[in-house]
Write a protein that binds this ligand. Structure first.
Ligand SMILES: NC(=O)c1ccc[n+]([C@@H]2O[C@H](COP(=O)([O-])OP(=O)(O)OC[C@H]3O[C@@H](n4cnc5c(N)ncnc54)[C@H](OP(=O)(O)O)[C@@H]3O)[C@@H](O)[C@H]2O)c1
Length: 243
């Protein structure tokens, strides 16, 4: 059985990615922090849910053990991530918030990737790793600097592992979403509605979790077999500079 590990599986992008991977024939083992009360979609798709905290080493080990007990890990999709609990100006950012965001987005992603990569190498059959970073990896937002730093870190994690794992037949790429309609952006919906209406996004709409999931799956399933260390921007053209 070909196993795909997906973190952040209860959230918008994670769930869409997990469901699409399941539809493509992967057995998905997903991790999320919250207790999952409604398992209907997951049960229907055969997705196994491991409740745990990506920033905690024992929880990452538990996730890996669960996946290994079910078969060979072919895919890791690092989706789990958090925004700062409070948006504060860079000059007011707290160490507590920095540690919280970096501990999940960057450190958790780094050490889960390390553990899964070692397992893939041990099995010797290659694999695909996809990281969800963000347009914030290369765009300054001075009221959530710790998030931008954490996602720039994810971009470097992508390049480092792509470099290190290329000789093992493992590709590592990242998807950089723009503005996607999920729980993470629900609190700033009106602001982004306005910006999109004013032309911030050339394609003129919010992105959906499925927009991102399709890119994730294409980077996992061999479609981009000669691509590693790359960034795929899924932002409706928001990164285009125009005069
Ligand atoms: N939405 C956007 O516009 C956008 C844009 C660019 C990049 N992204 C990135 O896309 C990824 C997915 O975000 P989303 O938009 O789908 O938001 P979301 O719906 O809030 O999903 C985030 C997921 O991450 C999980 N998570 C958070 N901390 C965790 C931890 N310590 N351990 C395990 N799981 C944890 C959450 O689980 P719980 O809810 O159970 O805590 C949730 O399932 C994030 O990395 C985010 O930074 C989002």
């Amino acid at each position: 059985m070909k196993i795909a590990i997906v973190t952040g599986v209860a959230g918008g992008i994670g769930k869409a990615s997990a469901l699409l991977l399941a539809r493509k024939g992967y057995t998905v083992v997903g991790m999320g922090r919250r207790p999952l009360f409604d398992r209907t979609d997951f049960d229907r798709a055969g997705i196994v849910y491991v409740q745990g905290d990506l920033s905690v080493a024992e929880d990452r080990s538990r996730l890996l053990e669960q996946a290994c007990s079910m078969g060979e890990i072919g895919v890791l999709v690092n989706v789990a991530g958090v925004a700062p609990k409070q948006r504060l100006d860079l000059l007011e950012m707290t160490e507590e918030s920095y540690d919280y965001v970096m501990g999940i987005n960057t450190k958790g992603t780094l050490f889960l990737t390390q553990a899964v990569a070692n397992e893939m190498i041990r099995r010797g059959k290659g694999g695909s790793i996809v990281n969800i970073s963000s347009c914030s990896a290369y765009t300054s937002s001075v009221n959530r600097g710790e998030y931008c730093i954490s996602k720039a870190g994810v971009s470097m994690i992508t390049k480092l592992f792509a470099d290190r794992l290329s000789s093992e037949g493992i590709t590592v790429n990242e998807v950089c979403p723009g503005i996607i309609a999920t729980e993470m952006t629900a609190g700033v919906k009106e602001k982004y509605d306005r910006l999109i209406a004013d032309g911030l996004v050339p394609l003129g709409r919010w992105g959906t979790p499925d927009d991102v999931a399709k890119a994730v799956v294409a980077l996992c399933d061999g479609t981009f077999g000669y691509t590693t260390g790359a960034s795929l921007i899924v932002d409706g053209g928001m990164h285009i500079r125009s005069l």
